[in-house]
Design a binder for this molecule. Structure first.
Ligand code: GCO
Ligand code: MG
Length: 446
C-alpha cells in the first residue's frame, strides 16, 4: 500500500477504533492502547538506533540513524560533540538503543521525555547530544513518511532562506581585511572577526612545539585582548562603512568585568552582536552587563539545559540565543526554546560551526525558516567531501543558505563513503581547550 493510502486508511480506521473505545469506563491500560491506535500513522516500530562517526573534513562528526520496521524508512540526526565523540557513541549504541527498540517512531515527544529521564541522572553534553540525535532522526522519519519537509511539519516557512554569517580569518589586520573583502564579494552581509592579538596570545618557543600533543600550551591573557578589540573593530568599521554587520566571538574567555568594559567600548561600532561574553557559570553577571551597555549580546553555545537560559531570557538580558541544537536535546527542545524566546524578543542564532554535520546544519536551517524570531544563522560552509558523504547538504548563495525541498531534513548519509573518512582518536583533536593558560601557568576557562 502506498504511503498516503495507508495514512488515510490508518486515520479513518484509528478514528473509528478510538471513538468506540473511549467511553466513561476506560481504564488506564486501555486508554494507553487506544492512544496508540489513534495516531493515524501505521503501527511501525523502531528496529535499530546507531551512531555513525565520520570525519570527511577532518573534524569528527556524529550522526544518529534510527531505523524502522518499514523497509527503507529511517531518519538521521546530528549528535556531534566532537571533543568527546566516543562517549556520545556509547550513549546511543548501548543505552538509547536498548531503551528505544520496539517503540513507535511517531511518539517524538514521548520518546524525548522518557529518554531524558531514562538514565535518571541527566543533562550534559553527552546524553543531550545522544538524545538530540535521536530526536532529529524521528522528525526526519515523520517527514519522510508524510512526504513533507520538517519545516512544514513545524508550521511552514516564514521566510524563503536564512541569512548567514561567516568568519573572516587572518593573523594580521591586513590579512583579515582581505578575507573580509572576499566574503563581502561573495555576498555576505554579516561577517564575524576574531582578531589575533599578539599581546594576548604571545607565540611560545620551540620547546612547546616539541612537547607531546597533550602537553602543548597556548597562552591567553584577557586584559590586552579586551583592550585591543574596540580599536580593531573601530578600524574595521572605518574601512568597510555602515553597510555591513560586524560580529565577534569571545568564547566565554573574559573575566566578567572585562566583558562589561568591552561591551561598553564596542558601542560606537554598533556591532550586530558580541558572542558568548561570559561563561555559563557566570550567567549571574548578565544583568550587570545589560545595565551598563547596549551592545547586543548573543549567548549560549555551551548551554545544556533550561536552567541555564530561563532567567537571562525572561529577564531580557540577551538578544540572541545561540545554543548548539543537539547539545540541548535536539529539534524538539530548540523549537520550544525559540518560542520561549519569541515572547521576550530574543532572536535565534543557532550554533553552526564546522563541528556540526550537514544533517545538523539542515536542522538549524529548517527551524530558521519557520520561527518568527529568527535572527541569523552561523554557517561554516562545507567541503566537497562533506557534500559527497552527505548528499542533499544545504547550499549557500549570496550569503543565504538554502535547504532542498525533499521530505524530512532532505540530507542523506552515504555510509560506505563515510567509512572511508574514519575519525581519529589523536589527542591533538580535543585538548585545545584544556591547555589554554595564562602567562603564570594557570588555566583559562572558556
Ligand atoms: C563558534 C564556536 C566554535 C567552537 C567549536 C568548539 O561560534 O562557531 O565558538 O568555533 O569553538 O564548535 O568545538
Ligand atoms: Mg562561538
Amino acid at each position: 500500500m502506498k504511503r498516503r493510502q495507508l495514512l488515510q486508511a490508518g486515520s479513518l480506521g484509528a478514528l473509528a477504533a478510538g471513538m468506540g473505545s473511549l467511553g466513561p469506563s476506560v481504564t488506564g491500560a486501555s486508554l494507553l492502547a487506544a492512544q496508540q491506535q489513534r495516531s493515524g500513522l501505521p503501527p511501525i516500530k523502531i528496529t535499530d538506533v546507531k551512531c555513525i562517526l565520520t570525519a570527511p573534513a577532518g573534524r569528527r562528526l556524529a550522526v544518529v540513524k534510527v531505523s524502522t520496521s518499514e523497509p527503507e524508512l529511517y531518519g538521521l540526526g546530528c549528535a556531534t560533540f566532537t571533543q568527546r565523540i566516543r562517549t556520545v557513541q556509547t550513549a546511543v549504541d548501548v543505552y538509547l538503543k536498548q531503551f528505544l527498540v520496539g517503540k513507535s517512531p511517531w511518539d517524538i515527544e514521548d520518546i524525548w521525555q522518557s529518554s531524558f529521564v531514562s538514565s535518571y541522572w541527566r543533562n550534559g553534553p553527552v546524553l543531550n547530544n545522544a538524545l538530540g540525535g535521536v530526536d532529529a532522526a524521528l522528525w526526519d522519519i515523520l517527514g519522510k513518511w508524510t512526504g513533507l519537509p520538517v519545516y512544514q511539519l513545524l508550521g511552514g516557512k516564514s521566510r524563503q532562506a536564512v541569512d548567514t554569517y561567516r568568519s573572516a580569518g587572518g593573523r594580521t589586520f591586513e590579512e583579515l581585511v582581505d578575507s573580509f573583502q572576499q566574503l563581502r564579494e561573495q555576498g555576505y552581509r554579516h561577517i564575524r572577526c576574531e582578531p589575533v592579538v599578539p599581546e594576548a596570545s604571545p607565540p611560545l618557543g620551540p620547546e612547546n612545539a616539541a612537547r607531546p600533543a597533550n602537553q602543548r600550551t597556548r597562552i591567553w591573557e584577557a586584559a590586552p585582548f579586551a583592550r585591543a578589540l574596540p580599536r580593531f573593530f573601530g578600524k574595521l568599521r572605518e574601512r568597510f562603512g555602515e553597510q555591513v554587520e560586524l560580529l565577534t566571538d569571545v568564547h566565554e574567555l573574559l573575566p566578567p568585568i572585562l566583558a562589561i568594559q568591552l561591551a561598553k567600548e564596542l558601542e560606537p561600532v554598533r556591532m550586530f552582536f558580541l558572542e558568548d561574553p561570559l561563561s555559563p557559570e557566570d550567567v549571574g553577571y548578565f544583568k550587570h552587563l545589560r545595565q551598563q551597555s547596549s551592545t547586543p549580546i548573543a549567548m549560549g553555545e555551551l548551554f545544556n539545559n533550561p536552567n541555564e537560559w530561563l532567567d537571562i531570557i525572561s529577564q531580557r538580558l540577551i538578544d540572541f540565543i545561540r545554543v548548539h541544537i543537539s547539545q540541548i536535546g535536539g529539534v524538539s527542545m530548540a523549537f520550544k526554546l525559540s518560542h520561549l524566546c519569541e515572547f521576550f524578543r530574543v532572536r535565534t542564532a543557532w550554533h553552526g560551526p564546522g563541528d556540526t554535520s550537514p544533517v545538523g546544519h539542515a536542522a538549524n536551517i529548517h527551524l530558521g525558516l519557520v520561527v518568527n524570531n529568527f535572527g541569523i544563522q552561523e554557517f561554516h560552509g562545507l567541503t566537497q567531501s562533506e557534500r559527497d558523504v552527505f548528499p542533499g547538504s544545504p547550499q549557500e548563495r549570496n550569503g543565504y543558505v538554502y535547504i532542498n525541498e525533499a521530505p524530512g531534513f532532505g540530507v542523506d548519509l552515504d555510509e560506505k563513503l563515510a567509512a572511508r573518512f574514519p575519525i581519529r582518536d589523536d589527542p591533538s583533536f580535543d585538548l585545545h581547550w584544556g591547555n589554554l593558560r595564562r602567562k603564570d601557568g594557570s588555566i583559562v576557562k572558556p
